[in-house]
Design a protein around this ligand. Structure first.
Ligand SMILES: [Fe+2]
Length: 308
């Protein structure tokens, strides 16, 4: 009799309807935990510090600190914006470079970017090259004028020299090839235009050359042009990062892209790729928090580069 009651209760408790409810609750719990983890990691800020040592870096620039903000995409995350400002105030870089996509084409909010720039400008001189998103935003010229009024130095295919004593380094900025789509609809030809502009900018250069360019997939072109150190973004770290695999996807490089983050060497020249700050058409990252990069230049004979 007792056994019959027990069997009846179990049967009632685990009826098909109850089982479905339990499975639904478990799935909802897993989804809630996943969403929480994704939210947390997308509002965290990883700070990566590199030391780039080269005998061609002039002695007065030993210790010169560059802060790199890439792919900001007018991020809605106030937490991330505040963390960048805190890191800047703490580190006191010599210059700040913006390597494209400071505003987002799909969810454009220029006011977020300009307000952030207002907070960044007092820290150090800001050098800015536009990315493919700026190239597609109609009101970029107005945004550009506002950024210049705030004090940003726009490096639209321009070179500036930073002088210390009798020495200098050159900061070169090239616009994203998307800017040339009006004058040249063939994608390969746009890269040729970028290459020609870069070579003409570097013609007179004998200094240590730091290039600001949005796209990392042109690493060989940069190295062959004589760039000593290229600072890039664009790949967003591959959006999702898998253990032992790395980034999953990048615009322009497709699946399992080669250049997503870190320091690369091509023909003895270096390139640093930031995972960037924000998102665009795909609104979140997995295992790939926003990244803020610092690069310290060092004048050391025959030394290697390293990540700290
Ligand atoms: Fe981007």
């Amino acid at each position: 009799m007792l056994k019959d009651c027990f069997t009846l209760r179990i049967t009632r408790d685990l009826s098909p309807n109850n089982m479905e409810l339990i499975i639904a609750v478990i799935i909802l719990l897993i989804l809630a935990v996943l969403l929480f983890v994704i939210y947390r990691s997308n509002n965290r800020l990883d700070i990566t510090k590199y030391a780039v040592a080269d005998k061609n870096i002039p002695k007065p620039f030993d210790g010169f600190l560059i802060a790199q903000i890439s792919d900001f995409h007018n991020t809605r995350s106030k937490a991330v914006r505040d963390k960048i400002i805190s890191a800047l105030l703490e580190s006191k870089p010599d210059i700040i470079v913006v390597t494209g996509d400071f505003i987002d084409y799909y969810r454009t909010d220029t006011e977020i970017s300009l307000e952030f720039l207002r907070r960044v400008i007092p820290v150090a001189p800001v050098y800015y090259v536009p990315g493919n998103h700026e190239a597609r935003i109609e009101k970029y010229p107005q945004f550009c004028a506002s950024a210049e009024r705030l004090g940003a130095k726009m490096l639209d295919d321009r070179l500036v020299s930073i002088v210390r004593g009798d020495s200098k380094i050159d900061i070169v900025g090239v616009r994203d090839p998307y800017f040339y789509k009006e004058c040249e609809p063939v994608p390969e030809r746009r890269i040729d235009i970028l290459s020609e502009k870069l070579k003409s900018l570097l013609q007179a250069g004998e200094s240590y050359i730091v290039l600001l360019s949005h796209r990392p997939e042109l690493a060989e072109l940069y190295a062959d042009s004589g760039v000593d150190l290229a600072l890039c973004g664009h790949a967003h770290g591959g959006q999702f990062r898998l253990p032992f695999v790395g980034g999953v996807f990048s615009p322009s490089q497709g699946l399992l892209p080669k250049y997503t983050c870190g320091l690369y060497e091509t023909n003895g020249k270096r390139m640093i790729v930031s995972r960037g700050i924000g998102n665009s058409s795909f609104p979140f990252r997995i295992n790939n928090s926003p990244e803020f990069v610092f690069i310290r230049l060092e004048n050391i004979e025959n030394a290697d580069s390293s990540e700290h």
